[in-house]
Design a protein. Structure first.
Length: 732
């Protein structure tokens, strides 16, 4: 029995050599045949190359003796290389004529049949769970699958789809080389991932293939697209596409989408509704009118503009359709933590594509603590009802786990189901942060030549620059406070000292640090002025909360995550949260000084008094508030070594709040206090460990103390009466 595998092995070893001999033999026969033809036809040629005699060179005997050994070695090497060359040639022929055909044959056998497009698809539900397994939302893709014939779909819905997805649908044969090249250039040269898929390719990808983003899958997609075009008519392909594309949520196909969003059948859609639906498939979560009607309307306008440019409609029809009010049907499906679920869903679609998210039967375990989420939602609802007298109608919050870099609670607005604005997600919307952004400026200052005891002048100043209006910062209380320490200026949120520090540091340097600490939309481009230190540049609630989390993590930045684990329909784990390695962006010493200042209840007494919502009994918490100039946004952020809580209140339409609302006493602070109290309930108090690079200086004359980084300059006295006149000395 052992002889058989030995013989097979010997045969396989000889196979490349045999092919090599065969190829060389064939090569010689062809060469001889060519020479015979040339010889017979020689007399008919118009031009014959003359023979050239090459003189023979005589090598001296002495040289021959010297070269005898090398020539012998050269002949030996030549013989060896000839055999190696022969083997490699045979191996190449074997690869081309045996293995490649076998692989291609096997690859084609694995391709799904285009006939599967006509088979009704069955899909499993995708579940989104909290960290303890509590169901937040379940997507039944097949529950809303309701196919409809093409002749029942309005022409404007078909035209809108073709205009925005594949304007040359009726011309190409399944592939568009121009789109593929454009997508390739955008992806690999500009770093902007774009798709170049036709409607046929999208149909194949959604129904016949997996969502993996690999070169092999793209090749299969291209081959199948050509095969589908050869088998089905354009009308059949379009009908299958419109019945198998994802429109968001559990709506699969244009009929179920029409029912979901407008409560009507697909054949009843008007131009405005058709344009809205046609814009959804490329990113259902992003463009959904249920999530953000403003973004959805922008997408609708893009579809209408495409229809106009391609001649499907005229300008009057486009304008009328865009101006038409859309009646979005109320959503009755249960959904817990709805804004967070949409955030997770968009993350999943970015990872795997909407097809896999809606059809894959996934089980997604998120970082959310639903018990804490419910408490935060109830607190925001209760406090916003109380706060209507102060002129705000909405609130949002986020709770982050500092050590594990996880989102524990995520409240995007007061009521997700409130008509018109409820689904608007403030957590990831851009708003001006007011003074809550000042810790970025002061972190940079403390890393430079400043200390908590540095004297700053809170006095009038005007900044003039060519070609722009003069800038004169003022404090929120309309007064100036003379010489104040950096600790006092930050704790009491005085604006003028913060602007003077920003002038000394440079706005671009503040922007660069803000970006490193977590403000993802901040870019150093020279366009930021001194007002950046007072909140002149928009941020997201989630990002700014992460800035404070960077301070809580001793100066190390990490991107917050929302997903712990993902399992596919068969139960296999296809994603698991990896170990996070935060990136140090500021020193531990600077972070400690910031915590020390922001948790100093005595330092903030002049501005906030003793009765405020910035303290939690028996807990050491670093806290900062912020209010924009026209009181359109009000914020409070606080952190411990383990948790960060960020809160916003205001109005979605940017309507100013009551001008008498006091930051830290009303607005975001009461909400922050109640949520932070829930987070820290039954947890031990945490105090930041003092780094070895920080020391404490105590002034016996007035029993005052302060903290300094070793090597920084400190005043000889910390007493208020003498500090203005004292010189500074180098610290040991």
């Amino acid at each position: 029995m052992l002889n058989t595998p030995i013989k097979i092995g010997a045969f396989l070893l000889k196979l490349p050599k045999t092919f090599g001999y065969f190829f060389l033999h064939l090569h010689d026969r062809v060469n001889k045949s060519i020479k015979k033809v040339i010889k017979r036809k020689k007399k008919h040629l118009f031009f014959v190359f003359p023979k050239i005699k090459v003189p023979r060179l005589q090598i001296p005997k002495s040289v021959k003796r010297i070269l005898e050994i090398p020539v012998f070695m050269l002949a030996l090497l030549n013989s060896i290389f000839k055999k190696i060359r022969l083997f490699l040639l045979g191996a190449l022929i074997t690869l081309l004529f045996v293995f490649v055909p076998y692989v291609v044959h096997s690859w084609f056998k694995e391709l799904p049949s285009p006939e599967m497009l006509t088979i009704e698809q069955k899909y499993g539900p995708t579940q989104i769970l909290d960290r303890n397994g509590v169901l937040l939302y379940e997507i039944y893709a097949d529950k809303k699958y309701d196919p409809v014939k093409l002749d029942r779909i309005p022409e404007n819905a078909i035209d809108a789809t073709i205009a925005v997805e594949d304007s040359l649908f009726y011309i190409h044969g399944g592939l568009r080389p121009d789109s593929i090249l454009r997508a390739f250039r955008k992806t690999f040269m500009d770093g902007d991932k774009q798709g170049g898929s036709t409607i046929t390719q999208q149909l194949v990808k959604n129904v016949l293939l997996t969502p993996e983003r690999t070169f092999s899958r793209k090749v299969k997609e291209a081959v199948l697209s050509v095969m589908v075009e050869a088998k089905y008519s354009k009308e059949q392909i379009l009908e299958m596409y419109l019945n198998n594309i994802a429109y968001g949520g559990n709506a699969w196909g244009i009929q179920s989408a029409s029912q979901k969003y407008f409560g009507k059948n697909a054949w009843e859609l008007n131009l405005a509704e058709s344009a809205m639906l046609a814009g959804l498939p490329s990113s259902p979560s992003l463009y959904s009118p249920l999530n953000d009607l403003g973004i959805a309307k922008e997408r609708q306008k893009y579809v209408l503009d495409r229809m106009f440019s391609l001649g499907y409609i005229n300008s009057e029809e486009a304008t009328a359709a865009f101006s038409q009010e859309l009646n979005i049907s109320p959503q009755k499906d249960f959904i817990g933590a709805p804004h967070f679920v949409n955030y997770v869903r968009q993350t999943l679609e970015n990872m795997y594509g909407s097809n896999f998210v809606n059809r894959g039967g996934l089980k997604v375990t998120t970082t959310l603590d639903y018990k804490l989420q419910q408490k935060a939602e109830a607190i925001i609802f209760d406090e916003v009802q109380k706060g209507t007298k102060y002129g705000f109608t909405n609130g949002a919050s986020v709770v982050l786990d500092v050590k594990n870099v996880e989102i524990l609670s995520y409240v995007g607005s007061l009521d997700y189901f409130a008509p018109g604005w409820g689904a608007y997600d403030v957590v990831i919307s851009y708003r001006q942060p007011g003074s809550s952004i000042k810790p970025v400026t002061y972190s940079l200052a403390l890393a430079d030549k400043f200390t908590p005891a540095t004297i700053l002048k809170d006095s009038p100043i005007t900044y003039k620059s060519p070609g722009s209006e003069s800038y004169k910062p003022v404090n929120y209380d309309g007064r100036y406070h003379g010489d104040v320490t950096l600790r006092s200026a930050l704790a009491n949120s005085y604006n003028v000292p913060a602007v003077k520090v920003a002038k000394a540091l440079g706005p671009d340097n503040i922007v660069a640090l803000g970006h490193d600490m977590g403000l993802t939309n901040w870019k150093v481009d020279g366009s930021y002025g001194l007002s950046v230190t007072l909140g002149g540049k928009e941020v997201r609630l989630l990002d700014l909360a992460n800035v404070y989390t960077t301070l809580a993590r001793k100066g190390a930045y990490a991107e917050p995550c929302s997903i712990i684990s993902i399992r596919d329909g068969r139960g296999y784990e296809i994603f698991s949260k990896k170990q996070v390695y935060p990136r140090q962006v500021i020193s531990e010493e600077v972070s400690y000084l910031m915590w020390h200042i922001l948790s100093d209840n005595q330092a903030r007494l002049p501005a906030f008094g003793t009765r405020n919502f910035l303290t939690v009994p028996d807990k050491h918490i670093a806290v900062k508030t912020g209010t924009t100039d026209q009181i359109k946004d009000n914020w409070t952020f606080g952190f411990t070594p383990s948790y960060t809580v960020g809160v916003w209140v205001g109005n979605n339409d940017n309507k100013p709040m009551n001008k008498y609302m006091a930051s830290g006493l009303t607005g975001a602070a009461p909400i922050w206090n109640r949520i932070m109290s829930e987070v820290l309930a039954e947890k031990a108090d945490e105090i930041f460990d003092m780094p070895s690079g920080v020391f404490v200086k105590k002034d016996e004359g007035c029993s005052r103390t302060d903290v300094f980084i070793k090597g920084s300059v400190v005043p000889k006295s910390l007493c208020p009466a003498t500090v203005r006149a004292e010189k500074i000395e180098e610290a040991d």
